[in-house]
Design a protein around this ligand. Sequence first.
Ligand SMILES: *Cc1c(COP(=O)(O)O)cnc(C)c1O
Length: 419
Amino acid sequence: MKQVVHPESHMMTFGYKPELSEGALKPPIFQTSTFVFQTAEEGKAFFEIAYGIREQGRDEKLGLIYSRINNPNLEILENRLCLWDKAEDCAVFESGMSAISTVLLEFLKPGDLLLYSMPTYGGTDHFITNFLKSIGIDSIGFTPDQSKEEIISMVEATGKANKLSLVYIETPANPTNDLIDIEMCKTISMHFETTEKPIYLAVDNTYMGPLWSNPLQFGADLIIYSATKYIGGHSDLIAGAVLGNAEVMGRIKVLRTFLGNMASPHTCWLLLRSLETLKVRMEQQAKNTRIIADFLEQHPAVSKLYYLGSLKPGSKSYDTYQRQYTSSGAMIAFEIRGREKEAFQFLNNLNLIKLAVSLGSTESLAQHPASMTHIGMAKELKERIGISDGLIRLSIGVENHEDLISDINTALNQIICEK
Ligand SMILES: *Cc1c(COP(=O)(O)O)cnc(C)c1O
């Protein structure tokens, strides 16, 4: 039989054995907290492996113990997610923030320094600048316009370069789609690391993964997702995921066991269902987005468009875009001619497109970053990176593009009339 090579072909069946579940075609929800051991000896062996008491034998499998440690729905989901990013291992969490905070807590200790890209997701930013700071972990942020040399000098100027322990980036940055070069960040982490002290590179790939970018291939050590977004894709669950090699994931999974922030069997079951349509959903979303971007670009009420598909060849961003991504994605931000008043009029006039935060789902959503997702961000930083009062963010879904354009057009034209 010819080998199945495309992840989308594996999403319906991979890693699930119907004969272990009464022949059920689909994995049932294993709604159980604990698992029965065949013998006491088997229970002992499982615990020895789970707690790292001894090395796992070559052909030995960690059996099912307890749903905080493992569960069939969780394991099948993790194995399927590995296929998209060609990762050795994956850990699924009860939220994207759980995935992010677990990575930060595992790879940073009091006294350490974190280098991270700005802007980053509001919750991540809050965790870094408030909680990590409160336990003695310093951080330094860089922006997409800074060069490798500038970032290196900035780290050196802190006087704590020898304490740098993790580089954390989010690309494309929300909401303006600014790109960070992953390979450049890897050379920065390699510049500071020593043989005794590796400096890992973590990438929040929520915006473009797992379909359109696979950061491990550019040198990332860890990929992080809010699975609430494209992976879940139906705005009906909250979840997160981390992927990487067996060594880093071993550490992440041990911390997850003791923080107890794994996803529930029911959430995993919903995500398994979502993965079956991941590719068709994302492709349709990207297709719709391109048509909508073309429409917005020529509309007189729109003064600026932030969309990966409109990057100009020859620029640094275009070069990063070409190397790192295989699609222009399904996220757009645009500036409306006017300020908060006009932006709010537009949002209030939308009908089919719903006014809500979040992204990556089958339905299209619109929001106002300056007063919603990015309200907590310092004013200077907002101005520096283009989060103005007239900025709108759109997440495009799978609706018919004609209906979406008609909705946007009506809402935009209404502001012009009211002026
Ligand atoms: C939503 C989001 C998160 C947080 O994920 P939750 O699932 O809401 O906890 C992190 N990073 C990015 C880029 C996001 O969009």
